[in-house]
Design a protein around this ligand. Structure first.
Ligand SMILES: [Zn+2]
Ligand SMILES: [Zn+2]
Ligand SMILES: [Zn+2]
Length: 168
């Protein structure tokens, strides 16, 4: 796959089916599925911790404010909203369960810096459903999710998934 922006060969990102151009920094998502993010479009002053473009304001689950990167499609969410969003989106989930996600060495090795305070974020396994590593700034109580991580969490098997009455 060649980069649509600069024409250089692109590298595939982990096992996730999307590509990164190490020459110009663009991402390409050939099979992008709706990730439920609605962009409001105001540029923030915060840089994306992965690709350094400006994050924009957006919402997930129709109401929870996040900062979103239009290039790599990662999102930054307050820890207090994160658990709420997960519970709500899992309760509303329809369609088939996701397949098991294997954490790659690249994911384990990566470290990023908090867009709000510039400290190194902690990389943690997420303790809820879905086998993903998430990046947390304990100082700012912010969580960074790479593209696809939220949908892995939402679509991981579990009794609360698709049970609207479970969620109050
Ligand atoms: Zn490129
Ligand atoms: Zn980015
Ligand atoms: Zn921080």
């Amino acid at each position: 796959v060649n980069c649509p922006n600069c024409g250089a060969p692109m590298n595939i990102v982990g096992d996730r089916g999307y590509f990164f151009c190490s020459y110009c920094g663009d991402f390409l998502f050939p099979n992008a599925t709706a990730d439920g993010v609605k962009v409001l479009g105001e540029d923030s002053s915060a840089p994306c911790p992965v690709c350094n473009r400006s994050l924009v304001s957006a919402v997930v689950a129709d109401h929870a404010p996040v900062l979103y990167c239009r290039n790599c499609r990662g999102l930054l969410v307050a820890q207090s909203n994160f658990l709420h969003v997960v519970r709500e989106l899992r309760a509303q989930a329809e369609g088939p369960e996701g397949r098991f996600h294997r954490i790659t060495e690249d994911e384990r090795r990566r470290s990023i810096f908090c867009p709000a305070c510039s400290r190194q974020m902690d990389t943690h396994p997420y303790y809820g459903p879905g086998n993903v590593l998430i990046d947390i700034c304990t100082q700012c109580q912010l969580v960074w999710l790479d593209y696809g991580e939220l949908s892995i969490i939402i679509n991981a098997p579990g009794r609360d998934r698709g049970q609207r009455e479970f969620y109050a």
